[in-house]
Design a protein around this ligand. Structure first.
Ligand code: SF4
Length: 695
């Protein structure tokens, strides 16, 4: 192989470009990370996670041989690939013969390449013929996706390139902390301010990102919807609406206007805790901004049981002020996982087929079935969403195949989910390390990872990228694609040819399956990605990429954006005397998602060795906790314990825990699985807890 390869980071949705160079002929698997300044998104900058990513390739805890659970000892023991795949095929057959096709579930991940996500969805629907497939991206951005679809007719995280952020006039960042989650993106916000633009951050905590803002609003968790309504109320009251835009390019304004007028600023202050003068200042900065303004959301407003309506409220604000469908203006979602965007476009979701087609649409079924060479009537219907699927384990669902996810740490109400996983008849996990979920499996398959395989990823801008293989995988591991091929050969040999192990061959089929869909990749090829350093979808065959969407029309049937009238409602779980504080969860700079890789990287672990409970000095005094004291956070579902980190940079009625760890500091033992009725997103961001000194 060449000794220097241009590729992309394995972690977040920014998908920073990097160059990997073998450190020497004697150490072909030892890679040095070099700057790749020609890639436009990060222009060479990387955070510590990207810099240290090669460490996971040769981690001492890397899995390099399949493991099967020994019946006698109950331990996981090494096995051949043949034995491991046979065990999985037998586990699947047994569950389906005894309990029906839907007795087997499939759980994917937002870090899988497009080719893997596509193949996993196809495998579930034509080999297993189960409806029970979903993925951890449901926990990431599904509320923004649903709200974007509802308003614009399609969901692409950012409908414009990241570079536009630096050139607009004002950005409202809602529940987003890129200073910790994607530091190379921060330069767009600092450049915005250097050019005279304004940055408004909305977060219950004074995060590192909030420190940089012109204005920081700190609402009570779960009240972002009311905040957006209060701003829209002021926009109407102060005649700052863009009537021409509303008339020409939208529908549904009158009902939305009426709903907003019911949310008086004084009422919004009582609900959110944000003073009216701050609300007015935020509204003024947003409306005055030239040449445009944006609202960007992340998990804060999205991971709520009213996440879709909350995002809709922010979209309504953009539409009412004409800040959408125009250059340097619009609404966008800063997706989290590496392939959070592509992972939701190609058929891993419970209700979707490739190309962002809906599974219950007869025309979509017919198109995809023809590409797959099967009868459309043989395709199952929509299945359960991620949490509902996990909750059904050991009940209707007796066996589970899991790729690229670690729900024992990342799912809400995680102790319950862990118990459901333990109650399965059969669990197979494909992973690179023995994650907390893999440790419970009957069969664990060691698979290749980012720099050892080629495949495409779609970043948060909808830019399809090629992640290139830079190093040969270690002996004993196989790709997820080879795993699916091996299982197809055993379970449905007549369909096995439809699961080639070569990613480029799968991508060629994905292009055909997505043709004419909302996420149309038919004009994108590996060659084109190489030549153009990423290609924005939609890009139909023979057509051009689309870096900026909606400039002429929205993707709705009539081309107009749709207002949705929404009203504030309380969180699924409010405080009471037994649980008087709100818990919100999030991420830290040196860890990623469930920590499966980053907790096993020495320098990241050193930088961020464990969980903590962030709390205000007033709350710490009430609890009797000093800095570093072990503090217990208890909800109706569970308990997590971690050292106190005391700061005035958080609301006194709120505590924060990062969710990257297992063990007694597992924040998701406490979180609430209450679901949004549309997106089925759990309410990770707010639940009622009691805080006390741990004994
Ligand atoms: Fe990787 Fe994201 Fe860090 Fe970039 S910001 S180096 S993509 S983790």
């Amino acid at each position: 192989m060449s000794d220097a390869t241009d590729t992309h980071c394995p972690y977040c949705s920014l998908q920073c470009g990097m160059r990997l160079k073998a450190t020497g002929p004697d150490q072909p698997r030892s890679l040095e990370v070099l700057e790749r300044s020609d890639f436009p998104v990060n222009r060479g900058a990387l955070c510590g996670k990207g810099q240290s990513a090669p460490a996971v390739l040769d981690s001492a805890v890397r899995l390099t041989e399949p493991l099967v659970r020994d019946q006698a000892s109950g331990e996981l023991v090494p096995a051949s690939w043949e034995e491991a795949l046979e065990r999985i095929a037998a586990g699947i057959r047994s569950a389906q013969q005894s309990h029906g096709l839907d007795a087997v579930g499939v759980f994917g991940g937002g870090g899988l390449t497009n080719e893997k996500a596509y193949s996993l969805g196809k495998f579930a629907r034509i080999v297993l013929r189960t409806s029970q497939i979903d993925y951890n991206g449901r926990f990431c951005m599904s509320s923004a996706a649903a709200a974007g679809n509802r308003a614009f007719g399609v969901d692409r995280g950012l409908p414009f390139p990241m570079a536009d952020i630096a050139r607009t006039g004002c950005v409202i960042l809602v529940g987003s902390n890129p200073a910790e989650t994607m530091p190379p993106a921060l330069r767009y916000f600092t450049e915005l301010r250097e050019r005279g633009g304004k940055l408004i951050v909305i977060d219950p905590r004074r995060t590192r990102t909030a420190e940089l803002a012109d204005l920081h609003l700190a609402p009570r968790p779960g009240t972002d919807l009311a905040l957006a309504l209060g701003m829209l109320h002021l926009v109407v009251a102060e005649a700052r609406t863009d009537e021409e835009f509303i008339a020409a390019r939208t529908t549904g304004w009158e009902e939305t206007r009426a709903a907003a007028m019911a949310h008086w600023p004084e009422h919004v202050e009582r609900v959110t805790g944000v003073p009216v003068p701050q609300l007015r200042e935020a509204t003024r900065l947003f409306c005055d901004a030239e040449p445009g303004a944006m609202v960007l959301t992340a998990r804060g407003p999205e991971q709520q049981a009213k996440g879709v309506d909350t995002v809709s409220a922010w979209i309504n604000l953009c539409l009412a002020t004409g800040r959408a469908g125009r250059p340097l203006s619009g609404y966008g979602c800063l997706t989290g996982q590496g392939n959070g965007q592509g992972g939701r476009e190609h058929g891993q979701k419970a209700d979707q087929l490739p190309g962002y087609r809906m599974l219950n649409d007869p025309a979509a079924r017919a198109h995809v079935a023809s590409v797959w060479g099967v009868d459309p009537d043989s395709l199952p219907g929509p299945g359960r969403s991620a949490y509902e699927l996990l909750d059904a384990l050991g009940g209707d669902i007796r066996a589970l195949l899991l790729m690229g996810s670690n729900p024992v740490v990342s799912a809400p109400r995680a102790t319950h989910v862990e118990a459901r996983i333990k109650s399965l008849d059969f669990l197979a996990v494909a992973d690179v390390v023995l994650s907390e979920t893999a440790a419970l499996a009957d069969v664990v398959l060691p698979v290749t990872q980012w720099a050892e395989e080629t495949g495409t990823m779609t970043n948060l801008e909808g830019r399809v990228l090629l992640r290139r293989r830079a190093v040969d995988p270690p002996d004993g591991v196989r790709s997820d694609l080879a795993v699916l091929r091996g299982l197809a050969e055993r379970l449905a040999p007549e369909l096995a040819a439809g699961f080639p192990p070569a990613a480029e061959e799968i991508f060629a089929e994905l292009r055909r399956a997505s043709a004419g869909g909302k996420a149309d990749y038919s004009g994108i090829s590996y060659e084109r990605i190489e030549a153009e350093d990423g290609v924005f979808w939609p890009c139909p065959e023979g057509g051009s990429p689309t870096p900026r969407m909606f400039l002429d029309r929205f993707a709705t049937p009539d081309g107009r954006a749709v207002f949705t009238p929404v009203s504030h409602r309380p969180a699924a779980e409010e405080t009471n005397p037994d649980y008087p504080v709100l818990l919100t969860t999030g991420r830290v700079l040196a860890q990623y998602q469930s920590g499966a890789q980053t907790r096993r990287t020495a320098e990241l672990n050193e930088a961020s060795p464990g969980p903590y409970v962030q709390l205000h000095p007033e709350l710490a005094a009430r609890v009797g906790a000093a800095e570093g004291d072990p503090v217990a956070v208890l909800s109706r579902r569970g308990r997590a314990v971690a050292p106190a980190r005391i700061t005035a940079g958080i609301r006194p009625d709120t505590v924060f825990m990062p969710f990257h760890w297992a063990g007694e500091g597992r924040a998701n033992a406490v979180t609430n699985p209450a679901l949004d009725p549309i997106s089925r997103m759990p309410e990770f961001k707010v639940c009622a807890v009691r805080v006390e000194l741990a004994t």
